[in-house]
Design a protein around this ligand. Structure first.
Ligand code: FMN
Length: 234
C-alpha cells in the first residue's frame, strides 16, 4: 500500500494534473452543488484593529471561505498589519459595507475546483473600477501550496490567479500571496463530494484526517513585503 501511495504521489506530483482531475470530478459528480459560504458561524471571522490616527492607512482584508482556513489567514494578515501601524478591517467579502472607505484592499479566497469562491468573484466584479484606483493585493489559500517552493508558487499563480486577472486586466495587484490551506475531517462539515475529493487528495498528499499547510511565517513575510510596498506607494 505504501509503495502504491508513493507511486501515486509521483504520478500526481504535478498540481496542475491533480487539480484538473478535481475540477473534472467536480463537474461530473457535483455540478448541482454550488458553493455558499461560510459553512459554520465559527468560520466567519470579522475583526477591526489598529490605532486611529491621521497618518495610518486603513486597509480592508476581504475574504471568502467555506471551511474557515482562509478566514484565519485573513485575520492573521489583519492583525499583522495592525502590529505594523495600520488600521485594518477583516470582513467576509459579502459583508463589506463600502470599499471606498479604505486606502488599500486585500482580497483572499480559498480555492475550490481551481476557482476563486463565488462571493469573492462577485466582489471583484462589483468593485472592479474602485479596485483599480487603490493599491490592491490578492491572496489564495489552497492545497496546491501544500509545499511552498518557487515552482508551487508559480504554478498556483498560473492556475488560480492569472485566469482571474485575464478577466480584469486593469486590476494590477501590488502583491499576490499563494498560501497553503488546511483540511480537517475532525472539525469541518464536509459534504459527500468534498469528502471524496479530500480523501483522494489525502492519498496523494499523504494525510489521513487532517493537514494544515498554512505557513504563518511565510504569510507574515508576505505582509511585511506588502507593508514595504504600501510605504513606497504613499
Ligand atoms: C471540493 C474541494 C475542492 C478543492 N479544490 C482545490 C483546487 O482545485 N486546488 C487547490 O489547490 N485546492 C483545492 N482544495 C483545497 C482547499 O483550497 C483548501 O482546503 C483550503 O484551505 C480551503 O479553504 P477554506 O477552509 O477557507 O474554505 C479543494 C478542497 C475541496 C474540499
Amino acid at each position: 500500500m505504501k509503495k502504491f501511495n508513493t507511486h501515486l504521489q509521483k504520478i500526481f506530483k504535478s498540481t496542475a494534473i491533480y487539480f484538473s482531475l478535481i475540477a473534472f470530478a467536480g463537474l461530473v459528480f457535483c455540478s448541482a452543488i454550488g458553493y455558499g459560504a461560510p459553512r459554520t458561524p465559527e468560520d466567519l471571522i470579522e475583526i477591526s484593529c489598529g490605532e486611529k490616527n491621521q497618518s495610518s492607512l486603513k486597509i480592508l482584508i476581504a475574504y471568502d471561505t467555506i471551511h474557515g482556513s482562509t478566514a484565519e489567514v485573513a485575520e492573521f494578515i489583519g492583525e499583522d498589519l495592525c502590529d505594523r501601524g495600520y488600521q485594518a478591517d477583516v470582513r467576509f467579502v459579502a459583508n463589506v459595507p463600502d470599499s471606498s472607505l479604505y486606502d488599500a484592499v486585500i482580497i483572499g479566497s480559498g480555492i475550490y475546483q481551481t476557482n476563486w469562491l463565488p462571493d469573492a468573484l462577485e466582489y471583484i466584479n462589483q468593485n472592479y473600477e474602485a479596485l483599480t484606483r487603490v493599491p490592491t493585493a490578492l491572496f489564495i489559500v489552497c492545497a496546491a501550496m501544500s509545499e511552498d517552493t518557487p515552482e508551487s508558487r508559480e504554478s498556483a499563480r498560473q492556475n488560480f490567479v492569472d485566469p482571474l486577472l485575464a478577466q480584469y486586466p486593469d486590476l494590477e495587484p501590488v502583491s499576490i500571496g499563494p498560501f497553503g490551506g488546511a483540511v480537517d475531517f475532525n472539525t469541518n462539515q464536509y459534504n459527500t463530494f468534498e469528502k471524496i475529493v479530500l480523501r483522494i487528495l489525502g492519498l496523494i498528499l499523504g494525510y489521513k484526517d487532517s493537514a494544515d499547510w498554512r505557513n504563518w511565517e511565510a504569510i507574515s513575510d508576505w505582509t511585511a513585503g506588502l507593508d514595504a510596498q504600501l510605504a513606497e506607494e504613499e
